[in-house]
Write a protein that binds this ligand. Structure first.
Ligand code: PLP
Length: 440
């Protein structure tokens, strides 16, 4: 029976599967049997509205028929190919990505996911500048491989600090300012001053790259004030530093734009980075894929000189077919427009209303379908809510049929970009009910 399959799945997992980021003994994962659109279900038939998009990657929703069909078709034609051979799916995927990245980019290097996209962007920056140091913010996550975890600012870096060449700084965060700022403008100005001082103190000629999540995601959907991206771009230009935007989480529709750096509120000056890393939403996570979008200058630096990097599955045909179909569906079904309309018109205002009703919500931050509820034990001091309380909230949300994304003292509200107004209303009612019942 289905219930027996569910028990078997859990038993096999607990006996044989080694999990990410966890002490293994105490895990009790839910078993997901299947998924469609914005819903997943377990073997007992219990359904959950997926407001996590798994790890913020099923931007197109689950089991999108066009993407599934494209993978099936590609599997029958050419399931795998060496990266040195040209193939149509890879060329089309690169062309489609570049079309939406717009002017300022010429080529795409494909990887298996986000971490190795950052590894290769860092490698390109180091090789083209002849410099070693990579500057990143403390509140960041860039992946769990060698240089990517060393670039990461959050505490997952600490037990992994084996390689050199990484220096961290504080980016802007008006709600929890490190700079005693009293307005976003002041926060931006002071964070830029701090970054300039870090560059000067590290020695500008030693710095290869500033690697930034355009909007730090896992760290709390920390939308930077207007002026921040342009300020970083200016510092990069002044000191000959490569600017890398990590759009692994915030790219491909999450903010209601193709890419977050293209958002007019975030980047009114319309600055363009030198390299952009992506993964996740590029194909909804159906087949692992990531990559680096490369400016002409950096692409051409390797015209005569070999690029010393590669992966067996760089541009894997199944992943590439999924990218082409995913971007095609975004265009045909106006999925980016849906994310912007539902996100800014329904979800954002709905979350702000929740914050008026529940003092436990210290701040609502975000844009498009990329939101965080910063939960506090005390609205005045902004003391983060205890993680044990967040765990109770998470359990209660799940009991009520919503699969949430929680981390530290926050709930990240990150549904697929195909979400409907009705589904948002259902989710808002569940958050409201659960938060009303919680005792701090
Ligand atoms: N960069 C950012 C901004 C991310 O959010 C993540 C994953 O969450 C990564 C990089 C790493 O991507 P992957 O897990 O595909 O290696």
């Amino acid at each position: 029976t289905n219930v027996e399959d569910g028990s078997l799945a859990l038993e096999l997992d607990r006996s044989h599967v080694f999990h990410s980021w966890s002490a293994q003994a105490s895990l009790n994962p839910i078993v997901i049997a299947g998924a469609s659109g914005c819903e997943v279900w377990d073997f007992s038939g219990k359904r959950y509205l997926d407001f996590s998009s798994q790890l913020v990657n099923t931007n197109i929703g689950h089991s999108h028929p066009k993407v599934v069909a494209a993978i099936q078709k590609q599997a029958a034609l050419l399931a795998t190919v060496a990266p040195s051979h040209a193939n149509l799916a890879r060329g089309n995927a690169a062309r489609k990505i570049l079309e939406h990245a717009g002017p300022g980019f010429e080529k795409v290097f494909f990887t298996n996911g986000g971490a190795d996209a950052n590894e290769n962007a860092i490698r390109m920056a180091r090789l083209t500048t002849g410099r070693d140091t990579v500057l990143t913010t403390y509140r960041s996550y860039h992946g769990s491989t060698g240089a990517a975890i060393a670039a990461t600012g959050d505490p997952r870096r600490v037990p992994n600090q084996f390689s050199r060449g990484h220096v961290h700084f504080f980016g802007p965060f008006p709600y929890r300012s490190e700079f005693w700022a009293s307005s976003p403008e002041e926060e931006c100005q002071r964070a830029l001053h701090h970054l300039r001082r870090v560059i000067e103190c590290e020695g500008p000629t030693s710095i290869a790259a500033i690697l930034l999540e355009t909007i730090p995601g896992t760290a709390g959907v920390i939308v930077p004030p207007p002026g921040w991206l342009a300020g970083v771009r200016n510092l990069c230009d002044e000191f000959g530093i490569v600017m890398i935007c990590d759009e692994v989480m915030c790219g491909f529709g999450r903010t209601g734009d193709w890419f977050a750096w293209q958002n007019k509120v975030l980047n009114p000056e319309a600055i363009v980075p030198d390299l952009v890393t992506f993964a996740k939403g590029v194909n909804g996570g159906y087949v692992p894929a990531g990559g680096v979008i490369i400016s002409p200058k950096i692409a051409h630096a390797f015209d005569e000189r070999a690029f010393p990097g590669g992966l067996t599955y760089s541009g894997h045909p199944l992943a590439m077919a999924a990218i082409v179909a995913n971007i095609g569906a975004y265009e045909e079904e106006k999925i980016i427009e849906n994310a912007a309309r539902i996100g800014n018109g329904v979800l954002g205002p709905g979350l702000r209303k929740l914050a008026e009703r529940h003092t436990i919500i210290g701040e609502v931050r975000g844009l498009g379908l990329f939101w965080a509820l910063d939960l506090v034990a005390d609205a005045k001091t902004r003391q983060p809510l205890a993680t044990a309380t967040v765990a109770r909230i998470k359990a209660s949300l799940m009991a009520n049929g919503l699969l949430p994304f929680t981390t530290d003292n926050r709930i990240h509200v990150v549904p697929p970009c195909t979400i409907t107004e009705q589904e948002v209303e259902t989710a808002l009612a569940i958050y409201d009910k659960v938060l009303a019942a919680i005792t701090v």
